[in-house]
Design a protein around this ligand. Structure first.
Ligand code: LLP
Length: 426
């Protein structure tokens, strides 16, 4: 399904014209298509099942932790991959059964471990010996046993952006695969730890799927060795990372990914966990913004939007490309001019696109910044004391504001003056 298309000269989200949504909600705002989110989950699940695998898809909430999105995915049978107590609470609040929740992350605190244990989650993905010992202590203090998977670092280069590659021995993630057997034996000796699996995640935004083959095969070998050593291993967690096409909107090739997983681990005949984030929600979201000003410089034309890097940091942080579409469909012969699409923040890095060919837009015109459903709203900040953008979910001809715009009073209520500065100078 194509969730965002031009209809009668207007970009629409499912069955709703974005222009009327913008008039109602105000800009900037994030706009998600429930149909697109559900569709991606279904497609991935179908591809995995068609390959003869037994998957539990634990949606990686870090990509977009919206309760509404988690609830829609839960409705499609998904579980959750969480990396903090905040995400755990969101997953539980959305109704995800604890037995479909995995807790990942390289630095879980004792409080977070306690929260996971009390909830009765499926597994903790443990990333170091220190963490293993801490988890054992926390579980002992609660009189519980923590079910774990060891996250191993297979030393495979995912060949993605340096800031989001995780699977080489130069990265902080996971336990070096060569050290895993020793840590598994140590885990087996701990009274409050039950080792049931292995996990891997080699990076994010993988557009070349071949590094998965190497990583999954190494994991399968280790799994077999662990079983041979007497560990009661039950499942593998193959992580997330499936990339999306930002420049032409082509969806990821789920069947090809499923085939790679099947080739590498299918023979084990065990349940598998997957932790996709971006591939599920990336193309299901837009950031809608209005042009505030068009400024013609000597060398460049700038479109100054009411959205900024605090709303969507990816172009600034990763030099990421996001398509930008005018909400009013340009006619077939409309000339395109290279323009810099920027936000109002006082930094030169506050830029969504450089020299992007677009029609000559004017103040008041709306644009849609595409593929903003993943790592968009969730990475936003209050920089420049700008209010966070609201979030809207569309289903067919209906919409709901699933995260209203904060007001300035609420923003300011979060702070206190110290008593010694409480009185304003006379
Ligand atoms: N599992 C683990 C252990 C992860 O670290 C991640 C992402 C995922 C699953 C989900 O990966 P995905 O399927 O979404 O690629 N902010 C960056 C992406 C950071 C990804 C961090 N880990 C961006 O905007 O590109």
């Amino acid at each position: 399904m194509k969730p965002f298309q031009y209809r009668d000269g207007q970009l629409s989200a499912e069955d709703l014209a974005i222009e009327s949504l913008a008039a109602e909600v105000g800009t900037p705002f994030y706009l998600y298509s429930e149909g697109a989110v559900r569709g991606q989950l279904r497609d991935l699940k179908q591809a995995l099942i068609a390959a003869g695998l037994d998957p539990l898809i634990c949606y990686s909430m870090k990509a977009n932790p919206s309760l509404a999105i988690m609830r829609a995915l839960l409705d499609e049978g998904a579980g959750a991959d969480v990396v903090s107590e905040g995400e755990l609470r969101r997953a539980l609040m959305a109704g995800v059964p604890p037995q479909k929740i995995v807790f990942a992350g390289v630095g879980k605190t004792a409080e977070e471990m306690r929260a996971g244990l009390e909830a009765g989650i499926l597994q903790f993905n443990v990333e170091s010996r220190d963490e293993l010992l801490r988890l054992n202590q926390v579980a002992a203090s609660l009189g519980r046993t923590a079910t774990i998977a060891l996250r191993v670092n297979p030393d495979v280069d995912a060949r993605t952006h340096a800031k989001i590659t995780t699977g080489t021995s130069e990265n902080k993630f996971g336990i070096d695969i060569a050290l895993a057997p020793e840590i598994m034996s140590q885990a087996a000796a701990l009274d409050h730890i039950r080792l049931e699996g292995l996990a891997v995640h080699i990076g994010s935004q993988l557009t070349d799927l071949s590094p998965y083959a190497a990583a999954f095969s190494r994991l399968a070998e280790l799994f077999q060795a662990a079983r041979d050593a007497g560990h009661a291993m039950k499942r593998l967690d193959l992580g997330g990372g499936i990339g999306i096409s930002y420049e032409d909107g082509t969806p990821p090739d789920f069947p090809a990914y499923a085939e790679i997983a099947k080739q590498a681990v299918g023979h084990l005949g065990i349940p598998l966990i997957f932790e996709p984030g971006r591939a599920i929600v990336g193309h299901a979201g837009l950031l809608i913004s209005r042009v505030l000003y068009a400024k013609q410089g000597i060398n460049r034309r700038f479109l100054i939007l009411d959205a900024a890097m605090n709303d969507l940091i990816r172009p600034t942080l990763y030099d990421a490309w996001h398509d930008i579409l005018p909400v009013a469909e340009p006619g077939p012969n409309t000339p395109l001019l290279p323009q810099d699409v920027v936000g109002p923040i006082c930094e030169s890095g506050d830029i969504f696109a450089e020299q992007r060919p677009l029609p000559e837009l004017a103040p008041g015109d709306l644009v849609a910044i595409c593929a903003a459903g993943a790592y968009g709203a969730t990475m936003s900040s209050l920089y420049n004391s700008r209010l966070p953008a609201p979030e809207v979910l569309v289903r067919g001809g209906e919409f709901a504001v699933v995260k209203p715009r904060l007001d300035y009073e609420a923003m300011l209520r979060q702070e206190r003056l110290p008593p010694w500065l409480a009185d304003a100078p006379a």
